[in-house]
Structure formats: structure tokens, C-alpha cells
Write a protein that binds this ligand. Structure first.
Ligand code: UD1
Length: 419
């Protein structure tokens, strides 16, 4: 078991560069299974979710070369076999193998996905879409067997009951090689969906409308190899912006696409955060007084649920009181009890969080209850007086590339140690 030790209260300065998007790359890697040639991804983050996906790909027969941020995958040797159980339930995004294996082989034998515990995280919409495309579903022990009639999916008209990133991408993966046209209505519009569609189209797919709520896919017979640059991680960018506003004396965050963060940056401006937004970077000044605001998360382009937790420590610094309402994952509140241990005036109500500021945080022993809660604990630890010890850090390393190195470069006193 590893833990992170932070000696807080230090002012941070300098530059930090955002890595490629976790939520893109975890879909791009499974998407490569659909190609009949080598696919190279540039800008791949150094996160353990990527390690797990590479492991799964190799176990299934892909040949993989990784050199820094460059990942080259030849999927031609991938076998039509049950997915390696145990590896699948370590991460939520393993569900993307359902769509890509169905697209390539017309069947998939898979275990149920894992990931952060944010309350109920059903996959009914994914399965309904596959069924609409002609797949039937049976259970064999802890595995699920999805199989298309004649081992070939057909196009379908699918209306998503709820806006879902995962179900939208998974349906695209299944549909690009299906027979005929698939229409996804009420599709999610997140930038990661555009990124996946871009890769698929560069592989020879015919996907239109990604980034809007109607996506149309004309099935093709074959997809080929290509090279693709992963988009910057908007959640990592938003995390560093909040961190810079909380403890920075002037921090520049590079490789940021402002358009992906408009609603979030608007919220920060409402709080009084002073920053300068340039073409692909954001400079966050040292902050004086900040005003409490209320946050409500919603699907893109609204404030991302993934940024609610990293933003919370900064909210605790503000003057006044406010609420945080997460409309996507009501139970995404694991950070609240941990922040309270550090002296914060914060509490959960039935389906929202309330806080009162300003707070002076004190170092404490806390845990990362999930990935983004872990980011919140790191920011809180940097803000606090004294030492903070964070356990369960595996969650954080799943999604934040080189976070210890990046923060050390900004002047933080932070260490990852073996317990
Ligand atoms: C993705 C992101 C995650 C982010 C979330 C919401 C990845 C790997 N993860 O997760 O970081 O927090 O989007 O932006 O990209 N739902 C159903 N049935 C389904 C699927 C979803 O009811 O079959 C519900 C969920 O419970 C949730 C909402 O739809 O309330 C949105 O979830 P979804 O967008 O699917 O989240 P994920 O794709 O799992």
C-alpha cells in the first residue's frame, strides 16, 4: 500500500502541463481493436488505467509498444476469447471492450466493469443499445455473453433515456462496423466523444454529428490503422486551475482547451478568481478574497461532475456559504467527511453538500475515497497547515499523470511513499 504525505501551507509557482485525457484514452485503446492495422496514439497519459488496458490488450493478443507518451498498438493478433477476468473489474472503462469486441467479432464474453464507487452506476443503456443492434445477452457464471445474430450487428435507431458518455461511445464502437445506419439520439456531447469519433473516422469509419446530441454512423466493412493525438485532459486542467487558485502565487497551466472548460471557468470567475485565458493555456494569479458560490453539475457543456470534488477545497477558502449539487452522481460525496476531518465546515444533506467559509484547514490523516475525491484531498493537503497523510492513493494514480512530479516542480512538499 502506498500513501501520499504533504507538508502544506507552501506557496506554489511555475508552470504545469496538462496530459492527454484519461476519459478519451480509456475509450481510444479499446477502439483500436476494430482496426486491421497499427494505430499510434500520441499524448497518452502515464496513468494506471492505461497500464491496465494495455495489459488486457496484450493478454488478448495485441502487440503493444509504449515509448513515453506514444503508444503503438497492432490489434491484428487479438483473439476472440473471454476477456481476462479480474483485470476487467479493476476499471469502469473496461466496458468499452463490449462495443469493440462486438464490432470486431460479433460477440464478446466479458465480466462486469469496476471503477470508482460513486453510488449506482448501471450499464443498462449500453446493453439496450447492443440489443437494438441485434445482440442477445446471456450470463455464464460471472461472465456476460453478448452475441450478434450471424455474428454481425445491424444498424438501429437508438434513443438514450439518459445522457451517458459511456453508452454513447460504446454504441459508436459497436456501430462503426455494423451493417447499415445507426442513429443515436440524446447522445452525450462531451469532448471525449468527439475525440473517439475522430479516431474512428481516421480509421475509415463514417461517424457524423459527434459533439451534438444526434450521432449518425454508417457501418463500413473494414477499418485501417492510423495515428491520433489524444485531446488534453479537461478534468486534469480544471483540477490544476482550482489548485492554482487555492495555493498558487501565479501558476501557468499549459495544454488547456478553454472551450472544454467554459462553464467551469465562468463559475471560477463568479467566485472572483483572477486568471488570464490564452489560446492553449490559463494563467492563474495569486488570489485575494473569494466569494462563496453554489455549484450544480450537469452533462457537457455544464460543469463536469468530475470537477465538483477537486473544486471543493477552493470553495472552502471562500467567504460565505454555498451548496454543491451533483445531478449526475448524487453519492459523489466521499470527500466531504475527509475534508471535515481537516476542520472544514462542510456536510452532506439528502442530495447535496453544504459548506461555510472561509476555513483554515489543518493537516490530518485522510483517505482518497475515489479518484476525484483523491485530487480534492491533495489540494486540501497543500492548503492545510501541517502534515496531511492520504491513503488509498491507487485511486489518484489511476487518473492523474505524474502528479507527484508535476506538483514537486511547482514547489510542493509532497511525497509518494510505500507504507
Ligand atoms: C463517464 C466518465 C466519468 C464521469 C461520467 C459523467 C469515463 C471513463 N468516465 O462515466 O469520469 O464522471 O462520465 O460525466 O469516461 N447511466 C445509466 N445507465 C447507463 C449508463 C449511465 O443510468 O447504462 C447514468 C449514470 O448512473 C449517471 C449518468 O447516467 O447518473 C451518466 O453516466 P455516464 O455518462 O454513463 O458515466 P460513465 O460513462 O460511466
Amino acid at each position: 500500500m502506498r500513501k501520499i504525505i504533504i507538508n502544506g501551507g507552501r506557496p506554489l509557482t511555475g508552470k504545469v502541463t496538462v496530459s492527454g485525457a484519461k476519459n478519451s484514452v480509456v475509450a481510444l485503446i479499446p477502439a483500436i481493436i476494430l482496426a486491421d492495422g497499427i494505430v499510434t496514439l500520441d499524448g497518452v497519459p502515464a496513468i494506471s488505467d492505461v497500464d491496465s488496458l494495455i495489459d488486457i490488450m496484450e493478454t488478448m493478443g495485441a502487440s503493444v509498444r509504449r515509448d513515453g507518451e506514444c503508444l503503438e498498438i497492432d490489434p491484428r493478433g487479438v483473439q476472440d476469447m473471454p476477456m481476462p477476468f479480474g483485470k476487467i473489474n479493476s476499471l469502469r472503462a473496461s466496458y468499452y471492450f463490449y462495443g469493440s469486441l462486438l464490432g470486431r467479432f460479433g460477440q464478446a464474453i466479458v465480466g462486469l466493469p469496476g471503477g470508482c464507487d460513486l453510488g449506482p452506476r448501471p450499464i443498462d443503456l449500453h446493453l439496450k443499445a447492443f440489443e437494438a443492434m441485434g445482440a442477445s445477452m446471456t450470463y455464464e457464471g460471472s461472465n456476460m455473453h453478448l452475441v450478434a445474430g450471424d455474428k454481425q450487428l445491424h444498424g438501429a435507431h437508438i434513443f438514450m433515456d439518459t445522457v451517458s458518455v459511456g453508452a454513447t461511445i460504446n454504441t459508436m464502437l459497436a456501430a462503426v462496423k455494423a451493417h447499415g445506419r445507426t442513429v443515436i439520439e440524446n447522445a452525450a456531447r462531451e469532448p471525449e466523444i468527439i475525440d473517439v469519433a475522430t479516431l474512428l473516422n481516421n480509421m475509415g469509419a463514417r461517424v457524423r454529428g459527434a459533439g451534438t446530441d444526434v450521432i449518425i454512423i454508417e457501418g463500413v466493412e473494414k477499418l485501417h490503422g492510423t495515428r491520433h493525438q489524444v485531446i488534453p485532459d479537461r478534468i486534469e486542467a480544471g483540477t490544476y486551475i482550482a489548485l492554482a487558485a487555492a495555493v498558487g502565487q501565479g501558476i501557468q497551466i499549459d495544454n488547456v482547451l478553454y472551450e472544454h472548460l467554459e462553464s467551469y471557468i465562468a463559475k471560477l470567475e463568479e467566485m472572483g478568481v483572477r486568471m488570464t485565458v490564452s489560446e492553449d493555456s490559463v494563467f492563474v494569479e495569486k488570489q485575494e478574497q473569494l466569494k462563496a458560490v453554489s455549484i450544480k453539475t450537469s452533462p457537457y457543456p455544464g460543469v463536469a461532475t468530475d470537477l465538483q470534488q477537486p473544486l471543493t477545497p477552493l470553495l472552502l477558502k471562500t467567504t460565505g456559504n454555498g451548496r454543491i449539487i451533483d445531478t449526475i452522481y448524487e453519492k459523489r460525496v466521499g470527500h466531504v467527511a475527509e475534508l471535515a476531518k481537516m476542520g472544514a465546515q462542510i456536510a452532506t444533506r439528502s442530495n447535496y453538500i453544504t459548506y461555510q467559509g472561509p476555513n483554515e484547514l489543518i493537516g490530518a490523516q485522510v483517505k482518497a475515497t475515489d479518484l476525484r475525491a483523491g485530487a480534492a484531498m491533495i489540494i486540501a493537503g497543500l492548503m492545510a497547515q501541517g502534515q496531511t497523510e492520504i491513503t488509498n492513493v491507487e485511486f489518484i494514480l489511476r487518473g492523474y499523470s505524474n502528479i507527484i512530479e508535476k506538483l514537486t516542480d511547482l514547489g510542493a512538499d509532497i511525497q509518494l511513499i510505500e507504507d
